[in-house]
Structures are given as structure tokens and as C-alpha cells.
Design a binder for this molecule. Structure first.
Ligand code: GAP
Length: 513
């Protein structure tokens, strides 16, 4: 199945099974804003727990905070967001639609790639086993022509972006490449303008001068401005980290690919404060720690890659993304940045407060350097859902849709099903739930045939199902079914907790780190 189709199916699966709903749906939705349903919220909470515990529980020198979404507006001046958190936008005069100029050009680059890939696929089909792809790519005239155009465009685009960006040049590229508006089909473009991504609102009464405040575009600044509070009250010694999970808001213009790019989303960020000069060593360590955290979920190492940044923000001296293989290619899920002492120094300058660290071992004061790990909860959710979604053909000719979620993250861990709705079986099933519900999330299900109930649980990724039958009333044993293997075994009710609890616990996952 084409990856595009897989993605469409995944989006409708998320809705059909209570994972993700479009926000305000009965009012026709709100662009790039989504709500999490009854299963989605469980999965999301489990992801957050996995992250939080791996940071705060497993590292004695990392503590958490929960800072407010509203912050003093000068914070965003100091951080550079007021002046530089912009996207270059262009309007089509005929359709009145607005686009990100950089995205229009990136899409054009992707079109050249598509043309090349089509030529390669055609030739591979024609020549079969004898096909030498590397040779074909380096000799075929049409491929070489597309490649040359692609490379020239890529170079021109990079130069334009690195020059500020150069807005006139971005517009000229769009005109030269004859890029048309997907709606009107015309090339009637306006100038390119910079557009700030922060949402703002007014705080206080408007009569006596209200204050313009922003909805935070990242959680990190809440950590920076509390750095000294935490360091002093927690008696933290460098190196140490502060972790935070919370909402962030960006007025994204190109909001697409479902929950990949949203206007309201959630971040899990950790700022690790280190002694100047040691930051690159820590950057390397955190790159490794974070990749290991991802890989522990068991989707396969081929699903991940680093993307080291060549062009660095002016305040960074190293940066990398952890990318995950989504149905639409490798995409950034997490950023790891060595941000030098930029943010703390800026806050020191703008607030006029001394926020230096006094190192008791060396008797010197300095502004710590910072390694940041920043991951989007929603992107992590999407990566997990897309790697877990499987359509399987079964031996009996039927098919099933199953979410092979890591058991520790699954919304429901155990479904308990009475074979029939009578003869005391429902009561026995509820007894089992009442004993186990303190340990993990259980669900009772008595409607439809057992086969249909299994399918429903497969579709939400429940790792275990238990069936209570008439025999259970006599021997206190049940049938335990495994989601992935579909194998069934007869086990004693008394053993259920021991058999399941470990396999579905976040603790077990953490122990693999
Ligand atoms: N404090 C650094 C920072 O915010 P970023 O690369 O802009 O860095 C970090 O964002 C992570 O937040 C990204 O890797 C991504 O997972 C998530 N993220 C950013 N913008 C997002 C959006 N519009 N929708 C969903 N997730 C987003």
C-alpha cells in the first residue's frame, strides 16, 4: 500500500477509535488544532510519563517544574522571539491564499526528487535483476538533467535562506521556477513578508493600559527564567537539569500532516546547565541518551536517524535532530541543541539581575552553558501510532487492523470479557477487574462475539485480553490472549497480575535504558 494511503488510514483510525478528533468538529473544525479522545489521552499520558520518569526519576541531578504559559513579555524580547521568530509568507492575489515561501520552494525541490525516483522505478521495472541503480543515476540523461536542476535550486534556496532570509530572492525563485498557486493555478504572487509566529493577547483592563502578552511558543523560556530559583532552592550543583512538559503555541501558516504541525501542541523540554567548555561533551552524551530512549520502544533502529545541523542559529554551537521514519518520510521528532549561554545571558541583560552560578569547587562565577533536549509530545504520538499501525492477513482468510503499541504505552492493558452475558460470567469478569484495576488500566467488554471484541481491542492496541467462560467458575482459570501472536493460554486468575503487570509497566521499559 502506498505510504500516502497508510497515512490517510491512520488519520481516520485515530478518529474512529477515539485517539484524535479535529478540534471544534461540530463547528467544522479549527485549522491545525486537535483534541485527544479517550484512548488518545491515555497514550499521550503514557508517553509523557515515560519521558518524565526517564528524566526526573532516573537522573538525580534533574528536577521538574511547571511554569505558566503567560510570561512577562520582555522574556520574548530577550529570547529573540519578538524580532526573529518569523516565517516568510507570500500571498496569491487570485485565490487570496497565503503560503510559506520556503515551503513552496521545498515542495518544488521535492517534485524534482519525485521525477528522479519515477525514472529510477521505471528503469528498475524494465531491467529487473540486472538493474544497477547507482550506474543508472549517474548516467541516465533525464535523471542527470533533473538532478542538475534540483541541485541548482537547492543551492539558490539555501543561499537565500542563509542571507537573512533574502525575501526578494525567495520571491524571484518562486517566479523563476514558475511555481503556481495550487488553488488558482496562477503565478500572480505578492511580495514575500516576514510573519511572526507568536500568538498574542491583552492582559489587564484596556482602559488603563493593558499589556500585550504572548502565548509561549516554547516551554524552554519558563525554565531559563526559573533557573536561579531552582538552583538556589534545590541546592543544585552544576551540571544539573530542569525538565518541563507543557503546551506551546505557534501560529503556523502551513499546518498540515495532521498532528505533525499544530498551532497548539505540547513539548517535553529539558535544559541541562553545564560548565562552559564542557558543553560539547554533554551534547554528545545527550544525543546518545535521547536516541536510546527512542529505540527502547522497539520499532527497529532503521526508524531513526540523526540530522546534524550544518547551519547553526547564531547562539548555538551544535545542534541535531532525531528524525523518525513517518509515512511521509524521515521527519524531526526531537531537537538536541547546544545553546551556549545565550538565553541566560540575554535574561541577565534584559532583567538587570545577576543570574550567574557560583562554583564552590573552583570559587568562580560564570553563566552556565546549556544543552537542550526538546521533543514534541504530539509528534512522538504520531510516530508511535504510525509505526504501530498494521493491517494483517490472517491464516483463516480474515484480516485485522492491529496497533502494535509498546505495551507500556498502550491505553488499555487488559480487556476482560465474559463469554456470555449471563450465568454469573459478567460478575466473575468484574471481580477480576476490581482486583487488577489498581495496577493497570483494564476494560470490561461484553458486547458482540468474542472475535469482534478481540478485533476492537486489537484496533486500540490492548496487549492482553482475558475471556471468562463457564469453566472459569469451576477452576478459577481464564483464557489469556496475546495481541501480537494471537496465542491463547489457560492461566489461573491468581497469576494474571504477575503475568501482565511487569510486561505492561513503564518501569520495565525504563529498566531497559
Ligand atoms: N526550545 C526549542 C524548540 O522549541 P523546536 O525545534 O522549535 O525547538 C522542538 O521544537 C520540538 O517541538 C520539535 O522537534 C517538534 O517535535 C515540536 N514542535 C515544534 N513545532 C511544532 C508544531 N507546530 N506542532 C507540533 N510539534 C511541534
Amino acid at each position: 500500500m502506498a505510504q500516502e494511503d497508510v497515512f490517510k488510514k491512520l488519520v481516520s483510525h485515530c478518529k474512529e477509535y477515539g485517539f484524535v478528533f479535529p478540534s471544534s468538529e461540530i463547528y467544522d473544525g479549527l485549522g491545525a488544532v486537535y483534541d485527544y479522545g479517550q484512548n488518545g489521552v491515555e497514550l499521550k499520558n503514557n508517553i509523557k510519563q515515560y519521558w518524565w520518569q526517564s528524566m526526573v526519576l532516573l537522573h538525580e541531578n534533574i528536577v521538574g517544574i511547571d511554569s505558566a504559559i503567560f510570561m512577562h513579555p520582555t522574556i520574548w524580547k530577550a529570547s529573540g522571539h519578538v524580532d526573529a521568530f518569523n516565517d516568510p509568507l507570500i500571498d496569491n492575489r487570485d485565490s487570496k491564499k497565503r503560503y510559506r515561501a520556503d515551503v513552496l520552494i521545498e515542495d518544488q525541490i521535492a517534485k524534482y526528487d519525485e521525477k528522479i525516483n519515477k525514472e529510477v522505478a521505471k528503469a528498475a521495472k524494465k531491467f529487473g535483476d540486472a538493474f544497477d541503480e547507482a550506474q543508472f543515476r549517474s548516467t541516465n540523461a533525464r535523471v542527470l538533467e533533473h538532478q542538475a536542476k534540483r541541485d541548482a535550486l537547492h543551492q539558490r534556496y539555501s543561499d537565500a535562506m542563509n542571507a537573512g532570509p533574502d525575501l526578494n530572492e525567495l520571491r524571484q525563485i518562486i517566479l523563476d521556477e514558475e511555481i503556481v498557486c495550487p488553488i488558482s493555478g496562477t503565478k500572480n504572487w505578492t511580495e514575500v513578508r516576514q510573519f511572526n509566529l507568536m500568538f498574542s493577547t491583552e492582559m489587564g483592563s484596556t482602559a488603563d493600559g493593558s499589556m500585550k502578552v504572548y502565548l509561549r511558543p516554547e516551554t524552554a523560556q519558563g525554565i531559563f527564567v526559573n533557573y536561579l530559583n531552582v538552583q538556589k532552592t534545590g541546592r543544585m550543583k552544576i551540571p544539573f537539569g530542569i525538565a518541563q512538559i507543557g503546551k506551546a503555541f505557534r501560529n503556523e501558516i502551513v499546518a498540515r500532516q495532521f498532528i505533525f504541525r499544530m498551532r497548539e501542541f505540547e513539548q517535553m523540554e529539558m535544559q541541562f546547565f553545564v560548565k562552559p567548555g564542557t558543553e560539547l561533551e554533554w551534547f554528545k552524551k545527550w544525543k546518545e541518551i535521547r536516541l536510546k530512549w527512542h529505540k527502547a520502544l522497539g520499532f527497529g533502529d532503521d526508524h531513526y536517524r540523526y540530522h546534524d545541523h550544518e547551519k547553526l542559529a547564531h547562539y548555538a554551537n551544535a545542534a541535531t535532530d532525531i528524525e523518525f521514519l513517518m509515512p511521509f518520510g524521515f521527519k524531526e521528532v526531537e531537537g538536541i541543541h547546544s545553546r551556549t549561554n545565550f538565553d541566560l545571558s540575554q535574561h541577565e541583560k534584559f532583567s538587570g539581575k545577576n543570574i550567574k552560578y557560583f562554583d564552590p569547587e573552583t570559587n568562580e562565577s560564570y553563566t552556565p552553558y546549556v544543552i537542550e533536549t526538546s521533543i514534541g509530545v504530539d509528534r512522538m504520538f504520531l510516530s508511535i501510532m504510525s509505526a504501530s499501525y498494521k493491517e494483517e492477513q490472517l491464516e483463516n482468510g480474515e484480516s485485522r487492523v492491529v496497533l502494535k503499541l509498546p505495551a507500556a504505552l498502550a491505553p488499555v492493558k487488559l480487556a476482560v470479557m465474559p463469554l456470555v452475558k449471563k450465568d454469573g460470567l459478567p460478575e466473575k469478569a468484574r471481580e477480576i477487574i476490581d482486583a487488577l484495576k489498581f495496577h493497570f488500566n483494564c476494560q470490561y467488554d461484553e458486547k458482540d462475539s468474542i472475535g469482534k471484541r478481540y478485533r476492537r481491542q486489537d484496533a486500540i492496541g490492548t496487549p492482553y485480553c482475558v475471556t471468562v467462560d463457564h469453566q472459569t467458575l469451576e477452576d478459577n482459570c481464564v483464557t489469556l490472549r496475546n495481541r501480537d501472536t494471537m496465542q491463547q493460554e489457560r492461566v489461573a486468575i491468581a497469576d494474571l497480575d504477575r503475568l501482565i503487570a511487569d510486561r505492561v509497566s513503564i518501569t520495565s521499559l525504563l529498566k531497559t535504558l
